[in-house]
Structures are given as C-alpha cells and as structure tokens.
Write a protein that binds this ligand. Structure first.
Ligand code: FAD
Length: 127
C-alpha cells in the first residue's frame, strides 16, 4: 500500500509525485488517460517552476534545450499593443524558458522523475 496516492499526471501531479519519490516517499500516481495528450499546455516555463524543479536537476536539463525569453510583444496588424517583460520576474531566472520540442526537457523529464510508466504509476481512478 503506497504512503501517498497522487491523482492526475498533469504538471502538478508529476512534480508532486517526483518530489515525494525523491524524498523517499512510497507514492502511487494515478492518471485517467492511457496515452499522453497530443497537444501542449505550456508555451513557457516560468521562474517559480524553474526554481521548484532545481532540486531534482530537471531545470539544468531543461535549460540546455530551452530558448530564454526575456520579453514578449503583443502586436495587431503590425501595431505594437504592448510589451511584457519577463526579465524582472526573478534575479535567478530573468526569463521564461520555452522549449522547441515537447519531447525534450520538460514533460518527459517530469514523467521520468515521477517514475511514470514504471512502478507506482498506473492509469486509473476517474470515478
Ligand atoms: C493553451 C494553454 C497554454 C498554456 N500555456 C502555459 C504556459 O506557457 N506556461 C504555464 O506555466 N502554464 C500554461 N498553461 C497553464 C498550464 O497548462 C496549467 O496551469 C497546468 O496544466 C495545470 O497543471 P495541473 O497538473 O494542475 O492540471 P492538468 O494539466 O489539467 O492535469 C490534470 C491531470 O489529471 C487527470 N485527471 C483529472 N481528473 C482525474 C481523475 N478523476 N482520475 C484520474 N486522473 C484525472 C487529467 O487527465 C490530467 O492529466 C497553459 C494552458 C493552456 C490551456
């Protein structure tokens, strides 16, 4: 019987299961989907997440492949509507990290950290 059951293998469940496992907790991760969703739900990884993933080493691997976005612009018909600056969010990570491919770095690394597809992870629960 696991000590903790985490329901849902989205970014939060994967991070939680991975961190609990990293601290020696016997955790089971349940996910209703049997296949990864084809779409993406993260254009960029923000500083608080980069900080949260540092202890597991995922941030280092992720930043090897990431584009570091310091600011973004909103435009319409060529007209600049506004600029958002990410370089003021954190001294440690003054950018948002965006990955060219969903299979390198982020979700795959989170799944690996949570032991997905191995012991302690199974499709299930939805009730
Ligand atoms: C188009 C889009 C772009 C986004 N871009 C960004 C971005 O650039 N940066 C950013 O930080 N955030 C972004 N977000 C927000 C980010 O995707 C969400 O904050 C994040 O996915 C929330 O993670 P979660 O694990 O809490 O929930 P979810 O990602 O919704 O995961 C929940 C998981 O639980 C499973 N589940 C639910 N109920 C059950 C059950 N009863 N039994 C078993 N399994 C269950 C679901 O199948 C799912 O896999 C974006 C969102 C969208 C839609």
């Amino acid at each position: 019987m696991p000590e903790v059951i985490v329901v849902g293998a989205g970014p939060v469940g994967l991070l939680m299961a991975g961190e609990l496992r990293r601290h020696g907790v016997d955790v089971e991760l349940l996910e209703q989907r049997t296949e990864p969703s084809p779409g993406t739900r993260a254009i960029g990884v923000h500083p608080p997440v980069l900080t949260a993933l540092e202890g597991s080493g995922i941030t280092e691997g992720l930043l090897e492949h990431a584009v570091r976005v310091g600011h973004g612009q909103a435009r319409s018909r060529g007209r600049l509507l506004g600029t958002v600056r990410f370089d003021r969010l954190s001294a440690r990570f003054p950018f948002v990290a965006t990955l060219r491919s969903r299979h390198r770095g982020g979700p795959g690394a989170l799944s690996a950290g949570a032991g997905a597809r191995g012991s302690g992870h199974r499709a299930g629960l939805r009730r």
